[in-house]
Design a binder for this molecule. Sequence first.
Ligand SMILES: Cc1cc2nc3c(=O)[nH]c(=O)nc-3n(C[C@H](O)[C@H](O)[C@H](O)COP(=O)(O)OP(=O)(O)OC[C@H]3O[C@@H](n4cnc5c(N)ncnc54)[C@H](O)[C@@H]3O)c2cc1C
Ligand SMILES: NC(=O)c1ccc[n+]([C@@H]2O[C@H](COP(=O)([O-])OP(=O)(O)OC[C@H]3O[C@@H](n4cnc5c(N)ncnc54)[C@H](O)[C@@H]3O)[C@@H](O)[C@H]2O)c1
Length: 487
Amino acid sequence: MSSQHYNALILGSGQSGTPLASHLKSLGLSTCLVERSHIGGCCVNEGCTPTKTMVASGRVAYLARRGADYGVYLRGNGEDEVKVDMQKVRERKRAIVKSFREGSERRLRAAGVEVLEGEGRFMGDKEVVVRLNGGGENHLTADKIFINVGCRPSRPADIKGLHTIDQSRVLDSTSIQELDEVPEHLVVLGGGYVGLEFGQLFRRLGAKVTVIHRGARLFSKRDDPELVECMQDILKEDGIDIFLNATGTTVSTHDDPKLPILLSSRTPSNDDAKAVRASHILLATGRIPNTDSLGLENTGIKTTPSGHIIASFTLATNVRDVYAMGDVRGGPAFTHVSYDDFRIIRDNPFISGTKTEGNVKTTLERTLFIPSVVYTDPQLAHIGPKLGDLPKGMEVHTYSMPGTWIARGLETDETRGMLKAVVEPESGRIVSFSAISPEGGELMAVVQMAMVGGIKWKQLQDMVFAHPSWSESLNNLWGGEMREFTI
Ligand SMILES: Cc1cc2nc3c(=O)[nH]c(=O)nc-3n(C[C@H](O)[C@H](O)[C@H](O)COP(=O)(O)OP(=O)(O)OC[C@H]3O[C@@H](n4cnc5c(N)ncnc54)[C@H](O)[C@@H]3O)c2cc1C
Ligand SMILES: NC(=O)c1ccc[n+]([C@@H]2O[C@H](COP(=O)([O-])OP(=O)(O)OC[C@H]3O[C@@H](n4cnc5c(N)ncnc54)[C@H](O)[C@@H]3O)[C@@H](O)[C@H]2O)c1
């Protein structure tokens, strides 16, 4: 087994580890990046990039079906006229992923980072053995170690019979992207990000779709019920069946070749337990950290009961010179958060030596400003604390308006959705903002800038936005329904 010492060792080529590797190398530090699967991690290979590429195909199918609303016809104007070629959808997705991944690989090569293809496993606090994908092992030690190993889809352990059915029909967020035909009936377990983005996508591509969700409303309890219900109505209008307060319990095989799966679910009362016949099941019930095979038991690194690595607001673990970045820390699991973890490490004088003065950048400054976008259509975008996270006793005003008030939406015939802002009455400060809207993420970013810059809602009311842009609706929101209440 060969042995090597580095100044910096990065485990996992996620959204922080990859840019960090190039950066540390540029500082003259000997740097090694270990990746067991694909350079670029989940986002580039199985997450954001491929899903949003496929979501674009879904949107085209949706608009093609709606052509007649705009006076545009394909060959006729019936829904049956739209034919989806799943293999072409997949080919397009693969091509974009390949080009993004190759870009990351090129940048690492150009920076001179040593890349090891294999799985890293701690043997001690500063000691890692890499089982190389091509065979053999490397023994590595390093002055500093950065863990960016991410998460993977969870598989519910409490569904009886799940392992007994044809496993090619039991999908997760990765395998569903490799289907070569549209499923007849996709049953989605879990009504969060993954479940709803894929649920709507496959509905648009032509599948029957049922979502089975454990909670009383889609997403989480912390989300604003009014917004969640608006989104639920839109998905139902798209033809998606939604069962709430339901948990999948049993799966068995049925003798219908097109719909061979029978999934039973229970509700708290069990009175309206449902049984659904499906061709495929998508498990969209959350993600678990890749720490179970990381050899943490050979180190002093502490984790939470769920296996996430505990890190400080400068991303330090409890073991000196070992840091954790991205989804493996728990908390909001987004690419923009992981990438910002890279900035925190980059700008920390104790790590890279690039800055010797000034404040250390931490996770604390961004806590109130982590944006999220669910890439359904319309998107559900949010910035600021969720309603359920606001402090008890806080007095707020909410302003909301329906999408039918947005000129741009009327012109493009896409009025589904709503805008909602929570403000602090005394100061006029915007506490949070949500948009269920086409390009809701872009609209939200305008308000995010206002919030970060301390711009008050009254200034947005009178700001000159270009007509007729989506952002212009930020003039009108404050003339909509206003409610006062105490959290
Ligand atoms: C379907 C889907 C869609 C998503 N869409 C979005 C989106 O639109 N926007 C958004 O912001 N976020 C999205 N996310 C979340 C986003 O992908 C992650 O938050 C993001 O990739 C950050 O991950 P990371 O940096 O923690 O590491 P990851 O990207 O998860 O990378 C970790 C890497 O570590 C490697 N690894 C694991 N263990 C080891 C080991 N022992 N040795 C060596 N290598 C190892 C893995 O192979 C992987 O490549 C999506 C996720 C999914 C699943
Ligand atoms: N657009 C984006 O930014 C994007 C897209 C996809 C994923 N992601 C990230 O990936 C993470 C994982 O996504 P996810 O959708 O898998 O998880 P999630 O936590 O967002 O949603 C899973 C939902 O499934 C429900 N659930 C769990 N077990 C169940 C069961 N047995 N039966 C029925 N319902 C059950 C949970 O109550 C939960 O609400 C997200 O939290 C997000 O951070 C982000």
